[in-house]
Design a binder for this molecule. Structure first.
Ligand code: ADP
Length: 554
């Protein structure tokens, strides 16, 4: 730019200089030619007046004095006198333009360049009263001649002028460009530039403010988007039409910690389902799929986003559906189990009833048969009650409000209800510990302690003992049911809380168990925010403790 500005200024100066010089030369030369012509005309008139009356001697005298050439031509064009040449060798001048004009009009003039073009001769001719023509001629440098004569000087002047023009151009370039080059574009109005730049700087300042506010808005939106996507439990990935990962939220990075969330879509995951779903979306079709990773199940939903002429970008949602799947599986298992569990006692009842109906039962066997029907019916009833209770707890459908419940007294109630069964099984049942109050549903808490104590009696050994204990541990209330019965193997300790899971099915049925007792305890504990601790050893006994949350100060 600097070179171009310098070049333009310098070139302009150069052209101006050359044009001015040329015009000056032409003007001077034209002026000189004009002067020359008027001088020759005057001289011609004077000489003509002097040689009046054919005073030829006077002509010879004047011709010697005058520096200019004087020629006298007869009316026929023959040269009669010339002060510079011998007239005898001179050709007829009748056809010379100035002579021809003078013979015809009285006066004539012309100019002719020398062979080298360096000189120009001016002629002025006047017809005398006797018909002859007097011609005065003077030679001067032609324009070209003048130019070549003056050329060394002209060269010096031109060079000087060029030097001045170069200096001037350089200075002007600096003056023009320096304020522009040193502009502080971040704070345009703080620049001390010349006035002509002011509108530009104001415009720039306005643009800067606009860009800044747009940038801030963009940053705010980006932060908002980041914030929202970072809080999402679902994984979100955006792919460009070329399949590059444009964005992956925190959930995705947590899902695929060992993979990179940058680069092509393959860098994120190599699962064939994932690749299929993403490729489908990139080719313009929304797709769904599932994949397993580290023992968890993920649902994949990819949507296609058409981009103008560039193919399809894609948005992928990754949702962890492990729990949902598990719940669905459990629900299906539960339904199957419930049907089976309900069918068993009903089949027995039907069998006994049919035998009695057919009259093949002896009268003395009717009572035991009726007793068996009653036992099976009771089993059925207990089962149905447990199922209803469990589904109530499971769905949070028990609206009973929480109240302060003293656990030691509740243990006493449970002991009273189970005393008879304990005696039957030859089990000592006791209650110990300090009174502790928790906030909860009395009925549910009683059922939880009842189920634990009932199991402790049912899975005990003759002459065994069961102890219900309450108290606080680190300020948190607890209730503990311990027995010295058959115990639970380590492999079964977690599973016994599953619905219908029994370590020994026949034993459970013999004791009238439904397989739902500990599930109800688990759900009841969750409802009260209590944690279950189990310690058990085969042949030694089991201790199950419910740790309730610490009471918050009211
Ligand atoms: P059930 O109705 O069969 O007792 P539960 O859910 O109450 O069902 O218990 C599940 C299984 O856990 C029982 O079948 C039993 O095998 C085992 N169990 C529960 N409590 C004890 C205990 N105190 N000692 C030994 N085994 C137990």
């Amino acid at each position: 730019m600097r070179k171009r500005v310098f070049g333009s200024i310098f070139l302009t100066a150069l052209i101006t200089l050359l044009l001015t010089a040329s015009l000056l030369l032409i003007a001077v030369h034209t002026g000189l030619a004009h002067d020359m012509r008027s001088r020759l005309a005057n001289e011609c008139s004077y000489i003509a007046a002097a040689i009046q009356d054919n005073d030829w001697q006077e002509l010879g005298r004047i011709g010697r004095i005058y520096a200019d050439r004087i020629t006298l031509v007869g009316s026929d064009g023959a040269v009669l006198y010339d002060n510079e040449s011998d007239v005898s060798g001179m050709e007829n001048h009748a056809t010379r333009p100035e002579i021809a004009q003078a013979l015809q009009n009285g006066v004539g003039e012309s100019s002719r360049l020398s062979d080298t073009l360096s000189e120009q001769t001016y002629y002025y001719a006047l017809r005398l009263g006797n018909g002859m023509v007097l011609r005065v001629a003077s030679t001067a440098d032609s324009a070209l001649g003048a130019l070549s004569t003056a050329s060394p000087w002209i060269m010096v002047i031109v060079l000087l002028a060029l030097l001045v023009a170069a200096l001037l151009a350089s200075w002007l370039t600096h003056v023009f460009l320096e304020p522009i080059v040193s502009l502080d574009l971040h704070a345009p109005l703080k620049n001390d530039a010349y006035d002509e730049l002011s509108p530009l700087l104001h415009r720039m300042d306005k643009q800067n403010h606009k860009i800044e506010s747009q940038l801030n808005e963009l940053k705010r939106r980006q932060a908002e988007f980041d914030d929202i996507t970072a809080r999402m439990d679902e994984g979100l990935v955006l792919f460009s039409a070329q399949g590059d990962i444009l964005f992956a939220n925190r959930a995705v990075c947590a899902l695929f910690p060992e993979d990179s969330a940058e680069g092509g879509y393959m860098t994120l995951c190599r699962d064939p389902e994932y690749i299929r779903v993403v490729e489908d979306a990139l080719s313009g079709e929304s797709a769904h799929g599932r994949m397993e990773k580290d023992g968890r199940v993920y649902s994949l939903t990819a949507s296609s986003v058409a981009e103008d002429g560039q193919g399809h970008a894609a948005v992928l949602f990754v949702v962890d559906v492990t729990e949902r799947d598990q719940a669905e599986r459990q629900r299906q298992e539960f339904t199957a189990n419930v049907s089976h569990e309900l069918k068993t006692p009903l089949t027995s009842i039907m069998g006994y009833a049919e035998i009695m109906e057919n009259g093949i039962v002896r009268p003395e066997d009717i009572a035991p048969f009726a007793g068996k029907i009653r036992t099976e019916a009771r089993r059925l009833l207990t089962l149905i009650e447990d199922i209803i209770r469990l589904s109530q707890l499971d769905e949070g459908g028990d609206p009973t409000p929480f109240e302060p419940v003293e656990l030691n007294a509740l243990c006493g109630t449970v002991r009273d209800r189970l005393q008879h069964k304990a005696v039957e099984h030859k089990i000592t049942l006791g209650v110990t510990g300090e009174p502790v109050t928790v906030s909860g549903q009395r009925r549910t808490l009683e059922q939880m302690i009842f189920n634990l104590a009932d199991n402790a009696i049912a899975y005990n050994k003759p002459n065994g003992s069961v102890l219900l204990e309450t108290g606080t541990q680190d300020g948190a209330p607890f209730v503990r049911v311990s027995d010295n019965g058959i115990g639970i193997a380590p492999a079964d300790q977690q599973r016994v809380f599953e619905r219908f899971y029994r370590v020994d099915k026949s034993h459970s049925k013999m004791t009238g168990g439904t397989g739902l007792g500990l599930s109800i305890v688990k759900h009841g504990a969750a409802l009260h925010g209590a944690e279950i601790e189990m310690q058990s050893a085969l042949g030694e006994g089991t201790t199950i403790t419910l740790h309730f949350p610490r009471k918050t100060e009211e």
